[in-house]
Design a protein around this ligand. Structure first.
Ligand code: UDP
Ligand code: MG
Length: 342
């Protein structure tokens, strides 16, 4: 779906928008160099809206980020926070954010302010046209070349080769109807890959080009290993085509091996070729095994769904008992919250 396409679905354009209450969610992992500035800038932009909260998710920071967040919370009751027991990763952080957001709309910001908070208003305007999700697409993306190349390659493989529907170029800067975001966060999919799950559940989404800038401080948190495993999660989590291809390839290798064996037995080829053929067969077998193992992990994740993706050590809002590391002895109230939330 592009910027210009109208919303689809039976009730397109006729949905009543809820009164504009916004949760600004800010996942933070060791962002002591940016978090104060992020708080100030985001807070200033939120002044235009009457019903807002700032929800910080501290993803196991060890650099004093949580202390800074607690200072903001002490000064301003609209500041809420959750703090994970360790670093569980950005996906876990924003899943928690969507679950515990209490306003009808949630905007996800980065603590490094790469996506400027003032762009929020354009996302809001777009959402009011009748969308559940507006994804920001970074114009003139200010990241290293290998990050841009990585995004392009993995989206191309996902969309063209594996047939996975994705909003092209979507970043984690997005405005989402909270109830829809919660559906994704609570989904029993093995991989809660947000941008691939939104089209899957039929949510009305669009993209909007927004400005982008370098980090205002600190360092990026993604390394090649994390990026690679994130891409594999998308491929395996949302498509079975790799398995089909490899089974086809395995069939071709078996046929080839039989032919080579026949030629060898009739004395038409020598040992060298047989050696090469065996190596190729072994390689294909290993790749197939690795891929099957990856799909098995996917199944195991669904089995293990009762184990939450994160554990919360501290918060200043009520949280679910099964997501609190210390259960009922925590100083904050532990409760089932989202039945009552927006
Ligand atoms: N982040 C997080 N947990 C992680 C990694 C990142 O909460 O394990 C947060 C990080 O603090 C930032 C946002 O996710 O607010 C985006 O991270 P980063 O700027 O490193 O990503 P990039 O802009 O390079 O994609
Ligand atoms: Mg960043």
């Amino acid at each position: 779906m592009s910027d210009t396409m109208p919303p689809t679905g039976a009730h397109a354009g006729t949905v009543r928008m809820p009164p504009l209450g916004i949760t600004a969610m800010i996942p933070c992992y060791n962002e002591i160099d940016c978090v104060e500035r992020a708080y100030q800038e985001i807070r200033a932009e939120l002044e235009r809206y009457e019903d807002v909260e700032l929800l910080f998710i501290d993803d196991g920071s060890t650099d004093g980020t949580l202390d800074a967040i607690k200072r903001f919370a002490a000064a301003e009751p609209r500041v809420k926070y959750l703090s994970f027991a360790r670093n569980f990763g950005l996906e876990a952080a924003f899943s928690a954010g969507f679950k515990y957001a209490s306003k009808p709309w949630t905007v996800q910001f980065d603590a490094d302010l790469q996506s400027p908070p003032h762009e929020l208003h354009r996302l809001v305007e777009k959402a009011l046209e009748g969308y559940d999700v507006v994804f920001a697409v970074r114009e003139n993306r200010q990241d290293r070349w290998y990050r841009r190349l990585g995004t392009w390659a993995h989206q191309m493989i996902a969309q063209r080769w594996l047939g996975i529907e994705l909003p092209t170029g979507a970043s984690v800067f997005r405005l989402v109807r909270t109830s829809v975001a919660r559906k994704v966060a609570d989904s029993r999919l093995s991989t809660p890959y947000f941008i691939a799950t939104i089209p899957l559940i039929g949510a009305r989404y669009t993209t909007l080009r927004t400005t982008h800038r370098p980090r205002v401080g600190g360092t990026g948190k993604w390394n090649l290993r994390k990026l690679f495993s994130h891409a594999i999660e998308l491929f395996v989590g949302f498509s079975f085509r790799p398995l089909t291809w490899l089974i086809g390839l395995a069939g071709a290798v078996v046929a080839g091996s039989v032919a080579i064996l026949a030629l060898a037995l009739s004395g038409q080829i020598g040992l060298y070729l047989i050696g090469v053929a065996s190596l190729v067969t072994a390689l294909v077998t290993l790749v197939l095994l690795a891929l099957v193992a990856r799909y098995l992990v996917r199944v195991m994740r669904v089995q293990a769904i009762s184990v939450p993706r994160y554990q919360i050590r501290e918060a200043n809002i009520p949280i679910r008992a099964d997501e609190a590391l210390y259960g009922y002895e925590t100083p904050f109230v532990v409760a089932e919250v989202w039945e009552n939330a927006s």
